[in-house]
Design a protein around this ligand. Sequence first.
Ligand code: AMP
Ligand code: ZN
Length: 652
Amino acid sequence: MKTRMNELVELLNQYADAYYHMDAPQVSDATYDKLYRELVTLETAHPEWVLANSPTHRVGGKILDGFEKYRHEYPLFSLQDAFSRQELEAFDQRVRKEFPKASYICELKIDGLSISLTYQAGTLVVGATRGDGNIGENITENLKRVSDIPLTLPVPVDITVRGECYMPKASFERVNTLRQEAGEAEFANPRNAAAGTLRQLDTGVVAKRGLASFLYQEASPTEANTQSAVLEKLDNLGFVTNHDYHLADSIDDVWSFIERMAERRDSLPYEIDGIVIKVNDLAVQEEMGFTVKAPRWAIAYKFPAEEKEAQILSVDWTVGRTGVVTPTANLTPVQLAGTTVSRATLHNVDYIAEKDIRIGDTVIVYKAGDIIPAVLSVVEKKRTTQEAMSIPELCPSCGSHLQHYEDEVALRCINPLCPSQLMNRLEHFASRDAMNIAGLGGSIVEKLFSADLVHDVADIYKLTPTAIQTLEGFKEKSAEKLYQAIQASKENSAERLLFGLGIRHVGSKASKILMEAFKDLESLAVADQEAIASLEGLGQVIAKSLTSYFASRGTKTLLAELKEAGVNLTYLGQVARDDAALSGLTVVLTGKLERMKRSEAKAKLESLGANVAGSVSKKTDLVVVGADAGSKLTKAQELGIEIKDEAWLENL
Ligand code: AMP
Ligand code: ZN
């Protein structure tokens, strides 16, 4: 059994490595989950055999009491700033006065938080924040939940490494959407989100937030003679290093790299706020030494802020699926980070009040990553007398009185029959991670709703092809297709249904854990709160939300109707999904394929369960790229979508 445990740890780590470092998953998520669960079972039976590098250390929650101070053996430093080419030239002259032949390495300045990781005999023993450079906080338990930070190294070395822990743009968007739905204040940018996450006392939360890391420094370098060799060494030790660095002999060369990266900046899947220029030769670094707070051999060029002024013309208030009312400003159009922006979020009513934002105001608009632009602040001196913004008292969709709960930053419509909420809920029900009903998107839902054909999710299953055909834009064939997609969704494993019901706090991951434990929805519906709360990865908040949801009479009727319609209420496990490797994924093909015809590629993808789409959007999961790919590839990169090549497709 002990050997099996070792074997599982090794396999799972290898798969995770392929997934995170090489961007080339070797097995499906389902297979990974299966092996993972086997390991958990064995570890529960034999806690004395749990290995230091077991992937199970990464998940599951511990509640910490607080963070202890940690004194760094080697201090962490900050960097001198440069905001112009002139300042870089001045830096270059200072360097060249002493070292005329110096050359530079330019690295991306990742916008996250400095971290320091200490390994003893190849095992991670301490992870800490920078703090004031000498004394930081010990956040080891949290850093262990950052999935790309190695828990053990391939060789038993003692080493301290430094780098940046950050939140990828995609994680940031996901986290903020969830917060918005829960009526919580959104994070202003990925950096704040990463900082807030690393200071969490509940390590389970950290595991869910999807942080990542780039390491770039060895606290006390041995072996390597240059910074580029340090990066290579860190790479070989299994750390994630950033490969977008550039070696430069002159400031001209440095500057052209800066210009190139400034252009690519928006399409990176993470935020950067500048470029760090370091003397590459470590011996030269050592000779140049430090000022009071920063090395003399490095400088950080900071990009100009992506902020612009615009005027607020009007504000729209919209009601989401959970009843949260979100204000969006309509603006005079401005160019921001390469796109024209004419709408920006105002987050919530508390934000508007706090910043005293008024219609007609000139405001600072900014973009943090790929997310929707937001209003940062008001330019007070440009204000011409305006009244404070009027806050709606009634729901813009159903007209019922809005609530502003004390512990929430948002306004909420609490009318369960509010049309806007109902439509958003229907759309969520049909969405990809939920029931995955192809063709049942927002605009079709709206048509069905307006035509009085569908009010709640059970009504979806009462639709007939003839009824669908009465909608504008449908013909016999398209109606039949939607009807078939609806029928097919009845066979889904029940965690999709559970997630699709849109119960507060119950996301797709929690749904899966719940269905694995309770097997069918009817057992879950009568489960007691404690039994739910005690499940690994869940807690009282989710448990309470579920029990009150299932206690309502409306829910009971709904479940009865779904059952009556033949919708599957039981958990089918991995079996059904494992057999199609790309099941439910939306894939886009672009560029010229060398060995396969486009139609063959399409057929192969479809036979593996993928939906092949013609254009790239937020809903795309994968893009398969051939030669001379154009705008679709650019778009995919901008959206941070996973990119694959022809060889990958062939090997599937
Ligand atoms: P500042 O906080 O503006 O003084 O900038 C210094 C910080 O930049 C360091 O503490 C690091 O956290 C961060 N940083 C991000 N990327 C790099 C990098 N490639 N090299 C050095 N520092 C970096
Ligand atoms: Zn309403």
